[in-house]
Write a protein that binds this ligand. Structure first.
Ligand code: OGA
Ligand code: NI
Length: 348
């Protein structure tokens, strides 16, 4: 079957490129219930630190997000995505407000084989009204909620509340792993732009040519992803760029480092490229929670982590402007490659 041109990945980015199917090396799975044992706290913290440095990815189990809340949201969103398109586009995202349903997202200018629904954690949320660095205007944006299923909103908000709590717990552990005070990062989240997303990857007639999400790094601080049992998420290993699958572990959450944490730690912690491979028979769902700072935060390497031997590798950037610029290219194909974190690298 023919596939629309817009979905076709360049040969070097396709699912079979540089891929190790029989994962000889495991991305760590960390049991957070060990934090209840005072003798184990330091071990957990250093395992998290090692994972952030080596992979930029790890999974957590016994993480405190109740299975019931997750199950409820999974069941509810499936009812929504199974509705006819006329219903779904009633809550469609637009160029001004990125919340809601969308099926035309592009990553690196190639269309993704997926449908998404985006929900702000804070409703309303404040974001810059333009990408222009001189323009200080702000816009207040609201979530869009479908009429049906009627408990969509409640199920999503309940789950997001738990996910956010865990995000801040992990942020504290990450801070401790860097030798910083537990709450070192908290000041950056006064007007957090965090959001969460429901991804549905339909079966694809040509999984050899298209991807569910093309290779990318997350533009946030950390991401917490619930994936179902189908599998398809792959990450690129820091040391050599080889792709490894993230094995679905029941009730686990996949945690990864985003661009902000990479910049704050001056590249000590790694924001790994990742992508989603699709298949021709089974649909797949995933629910990421993206922890984002406030729009007015200037993201730059933390002074405490710098030294004459470790000079800053990034110029600072205003988080909100970076976010709205990134969003613009997600929405449609652009003629040029959109802004990436490497654009803020200090050239040495
Ligand atoms: C994302 C993402 C992975 C997945 O939405 O940014 O990387 O498994 N998703 O859905
Ligand atoms: Ni991602």
């Amino acid at each position: 079957m023919d596939l629309d041109q817009t979905f076709i990945q360049a040969p070097e980015h396709r699912a079979d490129s540089n891929f190790i199917p029989n994962q000889p090396e495991e991305i760590p799975v960390i049991d957070l219930s060990r934090l209840n044992d005072p003798e184990n706290i330091q071990n957990v913290i250093s395992e998290i630190g090692d994972a952030c440095e080596t992979w930029g990815f790890f999974q957590v189990i016994n993480h405190g997000v109740p299975c019931d809340a997750r199950k409820r949201v999974e069941e509810t969103v499936k009812i929504f995505f199974d509705l006819p398109m006329e219903e779904k586009i009633k809550v469609k995202r637009d160029e001004v407000n990125p919340a809601g349903y969308h099926d035309g997202e592009h990553t690196k200018n190639v269309r993704d084989w997926k449908e998404v629904f985006d929900i702000y954690f804070k409703d309303p949320m404040v974001m810059p009204s333009s990408t222009d660095p001189e323009d200080e205007g702000l816009r207040v944006v609201y979530n869009k909620w479908p009429q049906f299923p009627s408990d969509f909103r409640e199920a999503c908000q309940e789950y997001a509340g738990h996910a956010e709590k865990l995000a801040f717990r992990l942020l504290e552990l990450i801070s401790l792993s860097l030798g910083l005070p537990k709450k070192r990062f908290h000041e950056y989240f006064k007007e957090q732009m965090s959001f969460f997303r429901i991804n549905r990857y339909p079966p694809c007639p040509r999984p050899d040519l298209a991807l569910g999400v093309g290779h990318h790094k997350d533009a946030d601080v950390i991401s917490l992803l619930a994936q179902d049992e189908v599998g398809g998420l792959q990450i690129s290993r820091r040391s050599d760029g080889v792709w490894f699958p993230i094995r679905p572990v029941p009730n686990a959450l996949v945690i990864n480092i985003g661009n902000c944490m990479e910049v704050w730690t001056n590249d000590k912690y790694w924001s790994a490229e990742h992508r989603v491979v699709v298949n021709s028979t089974r649909e797949r769902y995933s629910i990421p929670f993206f922890l984002l700072p406030s729009h007015d935060v200037e993201v730059k390497p933390l002074e405490e982590l710098l030294s004459p031997e470790n000079p800053p590798r990034y110029k600072g950037y205003k988080y909100g402007k970076f976010y709205v610029s990134r969003n613009r290219s997600d929405f449609k194909k652009l003629e040029i490659q959109n802004i990436q974190i490497d654009d803020f690298k200090v050239v040495t």
